[in-house]
Design a protein around this ligand. Structure first.
Ligand code: CDP
Ligand code: CDP
Length: 228
């Protein structure tokens, strides 16, 4: 009998290593990878383009009625589609990063994204990563991980990412920006960032990417063996 296809949740703050780990774990298992942060970023891009204030709950609620966010697998990459347009690159700009926590705090935005995420995960065989996967989206996930890392390590990682895109980062302001986003995401009323009681915490500050992936895969293996 082939192993049951699991739902794996990975949550944690910015640059703790969720996306990298989730992508590689999904690849190894032949599972679908869902970067839920990319979905919130796509909505935020639409809000900014429409000239709507990220704090305008009613305006954003109306905009959502005609908004469609989808993830499309293309070889090893996942493309993010906003109303059919490929927005994989523009959702990573600093403007979107600055506004995304505010846009994501609205209940209407969360409801629309969570509905889509549950639909994608309904048959299992999926690794979802974000802030509220283990607490709200899939509270019954087969395995839950909560990744953390020190703020210096996280700012350094984001700095390296920006450098590779030709941008010279200021590490101090990067750390401040990450800290502020952690604060907003953890203190909001709707689905705040927090560790689920049954999540396994992994501190990646001193780990390599390979070690992070291995830590997750080892647990997946035990879970799959125990439940086939
Ligand atoms: O990649 P990075 O850690 O910078 O962030 P992300 O995963 O792309 O998420 C961007 C933002 O989306 C977060 O700071 C949260 O405000 C929001 N988000 C959320 O509210 N719930 C999720 N499940 C995922 C992201
Ligand atoms: O998804 P999240 O924002 O939690 O983090 P990520 O995008 O997976 O990782 C942020 C950056 O840190 C990426 O450029 C990774 O390659 C890098 N990194 C890591 O994830 N883990 C390490 N042990 C070292 C670097």
């Amino acid at each position: 009998m082939s192993p049951r296809k699991l739902v794996i949740a990975i949550d944690g703050p910015a640059a703790s290593g969720k996306s990298t780990t989730a992508r590689l774990v999904a690849e190894e298992l032949g599972y679908v990878h869902v970067d839920t942060g990319a979905m919130y970023r796509a909505v935020t891009l639409k809000v900014l383009r429409a000239g709507i204030d990220p704090a305008d709950r009613a305006g954003i609620g109306r905009l959502l009625e005609t908004t469609h966010v989808a993830l499309r697998r293309e070889g090893p990459e996942t493309r993010v589609l906003l109303d059919g347009e490929d927005v994989t690159a523009p959702i990573r700009t600093p403007d979107v990063t600055r506004a995304v926590s505010m846009v994501s705090s609205h209940r209407s935005v969360r409801q629309a994204m969570v509905r889509e995420q549950r639909r994608m995960g309904s048959e299992g065989g999926i690794v979802l990563e974000g802030r509220d996967i283990g607490t709200v989206v899939f509270p019954d996930a087969d395995l839950k991980f909560f990744m953390v890392a020190g703020i210096e390590a996280r700012a350094r990682r984001r700095g390296e990412e920006l450098r590779s895109r030709g941008i010279t980062p200021d590490l101090k302001s990067l750390a401040e920006e990450i800290g502020e986003r952690d604060r907003l995401d953890s203190t909001r009323k709707e689905s705040p960032l927090r560790k689920a009681g049954d999540a396994i915490e992994i501190d990646t500050s001193e780990m390599t990417i390979e070690e992070q992936v291995r830590a997750v895969l080892d647990r997946v293996k035990s879970a799959a063996e125990g439940r086939t």
